[in-house]
Design a protein around this ligand. Structure first.
Ligand SMILES: [Zn+2]
Length: 256
């Protein structure tokens, strides 16, 4: 399988659209194409693949806001696979439902409510090559997580645990490029005691686009939101209970 990242609304929303392609059939999923004008050139000129589905990670405008325009122009008979609250949704997969893309890419829908109640992450595995990746929308960011707009700390904790239970070599593709600021916040928690985080901070300084460069194993090392019992997280939040630590961490990040 192949993943192309397409930056959209750059320097304001720093959003990512993704094209996930099964190389054998050349069929693709177009994930979160929120700003069609930013990606039209790629989709019409440089891209020879067949878009089998438009897919959304959640209903927010900066992820699902392009569905209508794309359905009325480029992709008139393409289904929209997305959560229940997304515009123009034609199919909502159930939790852990597996959908085949092309010949070899098996995609598991993982319901991860909290940022929104309709948040779905998509775990893709190539049956032939064994490659694995996950599209995490606004649930998991590199070294961070999304705001709790429609859910609770408990929900975010279990949603992140669900993602972190996937194979640790799984490559992550978040919905936004927030790595530099998330690393900066994580540093206030860990100080300079977390080697993986120090390396991430250096990496983010040198690279404008960090999506697809890290794995779930990396998240386990440097993301405070998945290290709730880490002594540094307990100290920074003053909370020994992991759910309370999650809530406090997010509250601290909200005003960071
Ligand atoms: Zn969102």
């Amino acid at each position: 399988m192949h993943v192309t990242y397409l930056p959209m609304s750059w320097k304001s929303g720093d959003n990512y659209c993704y094209l996930l392609t099964d190389e054998e059939s050349n069929q693709s999923w177009l994930i979160d194409p929120a700003y069609p004008s930013d990606i039209l050139d790629f989709l019409t000129k440089k891209n020879k693949t067949e878009v089998a589905s438009i897919v959304n990670t959640h209903h927010h405008y900066d992820h699902a806001g392009g569905n209508g325009q794309l359905l009325s122009t480029l992709y008139k008979s393409v289904p929209v696979i997305a959560g229940k609250d997304c515009p123009y949704v034609s199919y909502t997969p159930s939790d852990e439902e597996v959908i085949l893309l092309g010949k070899n890419v098996e995609i598991t829908a993982l319901h991860t409510p909290c940022h929104t109640q309709d948040s779905i992450c998509y775990y893709a595995k190539d049956k032939k090559t064994g490659e694995k990746c996950v599209f995490t929308g606004d649930t998991l960011f590199t070294a961070g997580c999304g705001r709790f707009f429609e859910g609770t700390a408990e929900q975010m904790k279990s949603s992140l645990e669900k993602l972190l239970s996937l194979p640790e070599e799984t490559v992550t593709y978040p919905g936004h490029e927030y790595t530099a600021s998330d690393a900066k916040f994580a540093k206030t928690v860990f100080g300079s005691n977390n080697q993986a985080l120090n390396e991430l901070e250096e990496f983010a300084k040198k690279h404008e686009f960090t999506t697809g460069c890290f794995t779930l194993k990396d998240e386990k090392a440097f993301n405070p939101f998945v290290r709730l019992t880490d002594p540094f997280v307990v100290r920074a939040t003053g909370k020994k209970d992991p759910v309370e630590a999650m809530g406090k961490l997010r509250a601290m990040k909200d005003i960071f």
